[in-house]
Design a protein around this ligand. Sequence first.
Ligand SMILES: NC(=O)c1ccc[n+]([C@@H]2O[C@H](COP(=O)([O-])OP(=O)(O)OC[C@H]3O[C@@H](n4cnc5c(N)ncnc54)[C@H](O)[C@@H]3O)[C@@H](O)[C@H]2O)c1
Length: 356
Amino acid sequence: MGVALVTGSAGLVGAESVRFLSETGLEVVGVDNNLREFFYGPTGSTEWSRKHLESTIHKYRHVTADIRDEKRMNALFAELGDSLELILHTAGQPSHEWATQDPPMDFDVNARGTLVLLECARQHSPKASFVFTSTNKVYGDSINRRVFEELPTRWEIERSSPFFEKGIDETLTIDRSMHSIFGVSKTAADLLVQEYGRYFGMNTVCFRCGCITGPGHSGTVLHGFLAYLAICCLKRESYTVIGYKGKQVRDNIHARDLVRMFWEYHQNPKPGVVYNAGGGRRANCSVMEAIGLCENLTGQKMNVVVRDQARAGDHQWWISDTSLFGRDYPNWQQNFSMEQLVQDVLTGLDKRLSKG
Ligand SMILES: NC(=O)c1ccc[n+]([C@@H]2O[C@H](COP(=O)([O-])OP(=O)(O)OC[C@H]3O[C@@H](n4cnc5c(N)ncnc54)[C@H](O)[C@@H]3O)[C@@H](O)[C@H]2O)c1
């Protein structure tokens, strides 16, 4: 039987991947050492998720190890060898604010960690598909130099922009902009993933994601926008909006919709490709609109604090154009609208929080 390896398997995207893959007939091996708790404190811990996977998924094997541990990773890949069909690399340090606290560690996890896995795959499982969860921060903040119109609840890109209708495609330059420390460590990894495809002919792909969400996110102030907002709403804690009057727009994709993109790629993989992935025009919101949705769906007024200074490198407006992926993989369809996303996150988190 074929095997799939998921790194960061207890995280939002990783755990959704494990659940999806366990229904495909593949055996699933997951690697996660709960570094998210080290990064963001106890509320960021993904231990609950590891326990849930181990107790509910029969063919799941969890390996508590660090992806940067070359010896452990080499031994694991040597053991799996040619039976390994698919690698979903979702482990990482995903917060651009945390990265400024410890740039060397951020780079070590995101860039060198990815290199360790690519090299293990090249040595032991070169035919496996290698899927990397990259980020739109790879493009830096050059989008902020475009012209935006201020609407009552959001910024909107000018109608004459080539990105107005469908969002931002893969032609946006990655040069001449501020990426943030996190954006740079992810860009290094993204480029390595592409080069392992070009140089070594491996089937590698980067999905450059907007916001990814789902009830499985261990949302914290430093990472997990919608999940953290939903937690603040459900626990009646105050939420701080940072910059752009709360009108900055981000698109949101459910982790399950994203994992189905990974799977479609694996059905017909190609070397060294890059796709934007996100909610697109169907599922996007400003921070203020997301707050409004939470309030409407729960009937609960939120306590919102507004800070004027935007985060360095933060996008004023980001909507991903996923047409390129749609053309290459026409079987993929996005399921979740913005309202369905917020509802799903609220329902799932409410259940989890009430269990304690
Ligand atoms: N969530 C988003 O909005 C978003 C957006 C764009 C890109 N991404 C990228 O997608 C990936 C997955 O994001 P997520 O939201 O699921 O993150 P997450 O933090 O929920 O999950 C990542 C998991 O990886 C584990 N991990 C981290 N470093 C590790 C290491 N060195 N060794 C082993 N395990 C380690 C963590 O403990 C965590 O459980 C990340 O690489 C992130 O940069 C996320």
